[in-house]
Ligand binder design. Sequence first.
Ligand SMILES: NC(=O)c1ccc[n+]([C@@H]2O[C@H](COP(=O)([O-])OP(=O)(O)OC[C@H]3O[C@@H](n4cnc5c(N)ncnc54)[C@H](O)[C@@H]3O)[C@@H](O)[C@H]2O)c1
Length: 320
Amino acid sequence: MQNIIVAGGAGYIGSHMVKMLSSAGFNPVTVDNLSTGHRDSVLYGDFEECDIADSVRMGRIFEEYNPAAVIHFAAFSLVGESVSKPDKYYRNNVSGTLSLLDTMRRHACDRFIFSSTAAVFGNPEYLPIDELHPKTPVNPYGRTKLMTEQALGDYAEAYGLRYVIFRYFNAAGHDESGDLKERHSPETHLLPLVVQAAKGERSHIALYGDDYDTPDGTCVRDYIHVNDLCAAHLAGIKYLENGGEPADFNLGNGNGFSVKEIIDKVRLVSGTDFEVKTEGRRAGDPASLVADSSKARHVLGWQPEYTDIEDIIKTVWKTV
Ligand SMILES: NC(=O)c1ccc[n+]([C@@H]2O[C@H](COP(=O)([O-])OP(=O)(O)OC[C@H]3O[C@@H](n4cnc5c(N)ncnc54)[C@H](O)[C@@H]3O)[C@@H](O)[C@H]2O)c1
């Protein structure tokens, strides 16, 4: 059985990846410092509590498991915090990743799958956003991810690193078993916040801006189910195994949903009502972000299963 290191496997997306790798016949080895993740989210494979920047311990982990590939989710990802504490973001997201890549080189592991983000594009110049769209991030979080993408290109050129970059739009949903959850603290993602309001766990939901140039005036985002994201990563592993060249892919559903639509759908699915307070726009929120994922479909043969937002919401509502 091949070992795959899942850096950040105790987090929201990583813990779903661990489960999927295990069902696909791999042994996932989670490496996580539990800074934002949860030990009890790692339900399969091996677990090593370790920071990716600790190159001595990471070296021992590589010796012990001799991994076939590394899937790298371990990063900080709060946009607002990246503005107030950029040092934290550059140190972990850029420097930590370079340290991980150097450990891989020392142990002749050359397959790397990287979690990037739509934030590398900044304000969209056209929609849907394909891989060739200009990359001009508007916050430190996006810049740390873009810098890492650029480093991957240079490492591929100089050291033969073979990588796949996946740029996620909005990850959403839970595994239908109910075993795994989205447990960010603080939670900043729209869907879990609206579900919390529907459950009566928060007094209201704040709607930031209703005067955008979109059909109902609220921001439009592309929601992709977490297991569809993970399925793309599995396809990425096979792609590299078959000798695929370094490549980047945008991952979304290709369908945008507005904040108001999400709120209405949660009301429908939950059969509850809750207060919505309209507040001013937040700085740096583009009106619409929708992915063009046709490259992933064509090159990887990937196809999202959850194309209906109501189905994605149901996976959350029935498991919380
Ligand atoms: N959630 C989304 O919608 C979304 C969208 C775009 C991109 N991403 C990217 O996907 C990845 C995973 O996101 P998530 O929502 O699952 O986040 P998360 O915070 O739930 O998971 C990140 C995990 O990495 C671990 N970690 C962080 N720094 C580490 C380090 N130095 N060493 C070891 N472990 C470390 C944390 O403890 C946590 O378990 C991140 O890289 C994020 O930037 C997420």
